[in-house]
Structures are given as C-alpha cells and as structure tokens.
Write a protein that binds this ligand. Structure first.
Ligand code: S3P
Length: 451
C-alpha cells in the first residue's frame, strides 16, 4: 500500500472564478474507524460514503489481515463482516500502512491487547514519525514491542495475553494517542481511563458508544476530559453514513474565499465541534461563509457551506484552537497570504510531526512563492498582500496536505504554483483535481506546461 508511483509534478494556475456545488469525500477519521470498529463487531456493518483513499484502504487491508471480510459493492458502499473483539487472527505478512498515521497508531492500539504478533511498516514519511507516543502506553498495558531506534517504524508488537487496563493522561493533544489507548482498553478486562487535558476530535468515543461499548466522558475538577471505558464489551454492527471531511472541505473553502468572483457551495460537511476551527477562523478573518441546512446524521452535525470570495484580514489565531484545526494550518497559511496584514498562528508544535514537518514545509513553500513569513519553533506568522505571488516549486515531502494547500495557492496566484508531487494527494483526497476542475480550476501535469 506504500505510495510507490513516481513523483508527478503538478501545476495549478490562475483560472476563472470558482462556481458550483460540490461534495467532498467522506471524513478520513470516521472512515478509518468504520473499518476498524466494523472488524471488531460481531455481524455486518454497512458503510456509505467511505473515503476511498490510500490511507483508508490500507486500514481496510489491515482489518482483512486479522480476519474481517470487507467488500465494496456496486453502489460504492462497503460491508464489513466483523471477526469480533478478542478473536483477531494473527496476520500472515507485514502490515503496510503506507502514509497513514491514524491507521497505524489506532491499529497498534487494537492489536496491542490481542495475543497476536504483527509487524508494521510504512512509507518514508510514516517511517520518520514518532510511534513512542502510542507504544509507551501500550507497553504499560503489557504489549511487547520491538521498534527501530526512537520508536519509529518498522515496528513489531506482540499483544498482551491479558492486557492491563490503565489510567493514562495524554501528554500531547492527540486524538490518535487517546484512541490507541481506548482501543487497547477494549480488550482489557476492567476499566481503562484516559485523561485528556486538551480536548481533541472525539470520533472514537462517539462511535464506540454507537457500537455498544460502555464509555463515559466527564470533566474533572481541572476541566479535563475523563474518558472511562469498560473493557470486553460485545460490539454490535452499525450502519454508518460518513459525512464529508471538513479537512478536505478546507481546500475549496479557502480557494473560493481568495479567488475573486467565486461563489460555491460545499454540501454535507461534518460540523463536529472539534473539527470546525478553520471555519471559525476564516469567519473571524472576514470570510463570507454561511452554514446552511444544518442537520444531524448518525450522531454528528453536518451542514452545507456557502462560500463567496472575500477580502480577508490578518488575525491572531488562538493557540487553544489548534486541535480543532490541526490539519488545516497549511491551507490557512494560504488564506493568510491573501489577507491584509499579518496572521499570527501560535501553538503549532504538533505540526512538526505530521506527514511532514508541516511548519517548515509551509514556510519554505510560501517563501518560494514570494510570500513573507516568520517561522519559530511553534509559531508561524504570514504577511499578506505580496506584490506578486507564485512562480515557485514546492517540495511536498510525501505530504498530501502540503500538495493541496499549495495547489490552492497556485489557483489564486499571479504566475502559477508547481508542487513536486501531485500523486501524494491520493492519501486523503483522490478526487481533488477533478472536483476542482468542475468548479473552474486549471491544472497541468508537468512543470514545463505551467502557465
Ligand atoms: C486524527 C488525529 C490527528 C489528525 C489526523 C487524524 C484522527 O492526529 O492530524 O489527521 O483521526 O484521530 P493527531 O492525533 O496526531 O493530532
């Protein structure tokens, strides 16, 4: 599943205003979890609107490797016939997660409390990312681990025969770490407690409850979320309708705001409160974004976003908003390049350990295209209103969101922007270019064809 195709440079250049109505693909976080929790249930889970991206398909393969039957049907829906919690089979080969941090970290949690051995590998990006943040609590629960120095992939684990339920305070704002501990706790007898000082996306908690787990969330005297999970439930299959991914919606959202004359609607976007930081921030910057048709599906709020081109102004983005828009900073930096004045983004230390060092990758990409910015260890300041924007080539470092953010820059630029590898987009948003083309965007496949 590793991303093996040769790098394909891709250029976006100035086109007409963006107009029309689109739907972005299903939410990546919910898609991964649908495959995992479906595999842990007894019976048939159905999934509509699954994100069919390389990351999610790697997770589906990992669940097949431990005995789940996962099929795609003619209408694009999926069924997952679960193998059942506690009954996972030992996988025969290595588990290749490609680029997928969520996939590997959550799966390590699941396997970590099952008495099976498994070896995980990933692409060059995933092999650089820290796994100790999930392997450390798993070791406390009894998982045996052999990993490369610094707890990087490849890593082999043998799950505990009987895992120890623990109380774990998550040391960094990370839904992946929280989820890995909870998922290991699923097959541990007794109560696993996760204390989350800074709230992060809560899809694991919500979906596990839907699958029939006994899980409670309260606030302690310090205002921290305390999540308690009773181990060894029988998980019941669910019918899941995956809403549109707000992180993917961020790209057309920003593009429509910064390309003069644009007016688009993005339908069926997930509006979970832990995911809407970008929308809040862009509205504070003066973005004309109307949320219409708010409704609930499968316990999650969704709505349609009507977005019109707007003159944005620079602001300070509160640091405590970072977890609710952690994947959206690259594209927010592009919006900031078209705002008047400076946009200051503090609290970005977690960006250093994403699919790439996103703080550095964004800063270098902005500089390559004539946009002034200042990068510190955990902040970024972008100065808007450069005289001429574009003309540069951006190194994507196998990072889908760096590629997409800078293609959005190219669409609004004076002289076009090239990313060194457009193929990485398949990680999370395989229909990115075709969807944008329906709105009026223009792409060309090699740098030499750039406008
Ligand atoms: C995710 C959590 C976030 C996010 C990632 C998806 C999840 O990662 O960046 O794209 O589905 O739990 P962290 O937990 O590392 O912040």
């Amino acid at each position: 599943m590793s991303h093996n195709t040769a790098p394909t440079p891709l250029t976006a250049s100035k086109g007409s205003p963006l107009t029309g109505t689109i739907r972005v693909p299903g939410d990546k976080s919910i898609s991964h979890r649908s495959m995992m929790f479906g595999a842990l249930a007894v019976g048939r889970t159905t999934v509509k609107g699954l994100l069919e991206s390389e990351d999610v398909l790697a997770t589906a393969d990992a669940m097949r490797a431990v005995g789940a039957t996962i099929e795609r049907h003619a209408d694009g829906s999926y069924t997952v016939d679960g193998v059942g919690l506690g009954s996972l089979l030992e996988p025969e080969g290595v588990i290749d997660f490609g680029n997928a941090g969520t996939g590997v970290r959550l799966t390590m949690g699941i396997f970590g409390s099952h008495n099976i051995a498994a070896t995980f590998v990933g692409d060059a990006s995933l092999s650089k990312r820290p796994m100790g943040r999930v392997l450390d609590p798993l070791r406390e629960m009894g998982t045996n681990v052999i990993a490369r120095d610094g707890d990087r992939l490849p890593a082999s684990i043998r799950g505990a025969e009987t895992a120890l339920p623990i109380t774990y305070r998550v040391p960094m704002p990370s839904a992946q770490v929280k989820s890995a501990v909870l998922l290991a706790g699923l097959n541990a007898p007794g109560e696993t407690t996760v204390i989350e000082p800074i709230p992060t996306r809560d899809h694991t908690e919500k979906m596990l409850k839907g699958f029939g787990a006994e899980i409670s969330v309260t606030l302690n005297e310090n205002g921290e979320r305390v999540i308690k999970l009773t181990g060894q439930p029988e998980l019941k299959p669910q019918d899941i309708d995956v809403p549109g991914d707000p992180s993917s919606a961020g790209f057309p959202l920003v593009a429509a705001l910064i390309i003069p004359g644009s007016d688009i609607t993005i339908e069926n976007v997930l509006l979970n409160e832990h995911r809407t930081g970008l929308i809040t921030t862009l509205i504070e910057m003066g973005g004309d974004i109307e949320i219409v048709n708010r409704r609930e599906t499968g316990g999650e709020e969704v709505g349609d976003l009507r977005v019109k081109a707007s003159q944005l102004k620079g602001i300070t983005v509160p640091a405590d908003r970072a977890p609710s828009m952690i994947d959206e900073y690259p594209v927010l930096a592009i919006a900031a390049a078209f705002a008047s004045g400076d946009t200051f983004m503090p609290g970005l230390d977690e960006l250093r350990v994403k699919e790439s060092d996103r703080l550095a990758a964004v800063a270098r990409g902005l500089e390559a295209n004539g946009i002034a910015c200042v990068e510190t260890e955990d902040t970024l300041t972008v100065t808007g209103g450069a005289a001429s924007i574009g003309g540069g080539t951006v190194t994507t470092h196998l990072d889908h969101r760096i590629a997409m953010a800078f293609l959005v820059l190219g669409m609004a630029s004076d002289t076009g922007v090239t990313v060194d590898d457009g193929a990485v987009i398949a990680t999370s948003f395989p229909t990115f270019t075709s969807l944008f083309e329906t709105l009026g965007a223009k792409f060309s496949e090699t740098a030499s064809e750039a406008a």
